[in-house]
Design a binder for this molecule. Structure first.
Ligand code: PGA
Length: 219
């Protein structure tokens, strides 16, 4: 049975009390789910608190950051370094299209982020928009997120995602490929049942605890 990654990308949502409300709902769900790596990616402000909640509720979830500084620690006002993130998280999203578009992050910056993350023991989940996206040679986890599928309710087809996933596994040392873009509890299985797709990256639908639980169950 293959391992399936279910990643919640909360983006810039949730205050501390809202995150707490989300986890309160989750407390009631049965989480003895085999072979699923569930990763919550909250804002930096919530990392510490979420680490405690996950421990207290014995949820077994992992934590990912949504971003990381392209510099090591030091005089970089406003940045959060890989070493600081590693205190709370095991994963980090790098190269999300919202960062490429809104924050002008280019390949050079993204490759630096990936390198520093790996140096400090964080596993990058490197987001690609298609087969033309460049990735560092040592990336193990890629998330394929076609731009026009993000937040639109119009996911890619599972067949097309399967082809992109096969490309990255064939041409790089990529071990796992996730699909992201308008994933819901209704369509998740279409993607996870494909042989080259190892999980999903979920944005909007992850903000509703009940819907996210249904995605985990149905994946
Ligand atoms: P979406 O976002 O699920 O809301 O389409 C996915 C993402 O941007 O990671």
């Amino acid at each position: 049975m293959k391992k399936t990654f279910i990643v919640a990308n909360w983006k810039s949502n949730f205050t501390s009390s809202e995150a707490d409300f989300w986890f309160q709902r989750f407390k009631n769900y049965d989480l003895r789910i085999m072979n699923k790596e569930i990763i919550i990616c909250p804002s930096f402000t919530l990392l510490s608190e979420i680490e405690s909640v996950i421990k207290n509720y014995e949820l077994g979830f992992k934590i990912g950051a949504q971003n990381v500084s392209p510099f090591d620690e030091g005089a970089y006002t406003g940045e959060v370094s890989a070493r600081q993130i590693k205190e709370f998280a095991d994963y980090v999203l790098i190269g999300h299209s919202e960062r490429r578009t809104n924050f002008n992050e280019n390949d050079e910056i993204l490759f630096k982020k990936a390198e520093l993350s790996k140096q400090h023991g964080l596993a990058p989940i490197f987001c690609v928009q298609g087969i033309e996206t460049k990735i560092p040679s040592d990336i193990a986890i890629v998330a394929y997120e076609p731009i026009n599928a993000i937040g639109t309710g119009r996911p890619d087809t599972a067949e097309s995602a399967q082809e992109v996933a096969a490309f990255f596994k064939k041409n790089y040392k990529v071990q796992y490929v996730l699909y992201g873009g308008s994933v819901t509890s209704e369509n998740v299985k279409k993607f996870t049942q494909m042989s080259n797709i190892d999980g999903v990256l979920v944005g909007g639908a992850s903000l509703d605890a009940q819907e996210f639980y249904a995605i985990i169950k149905n994946a």
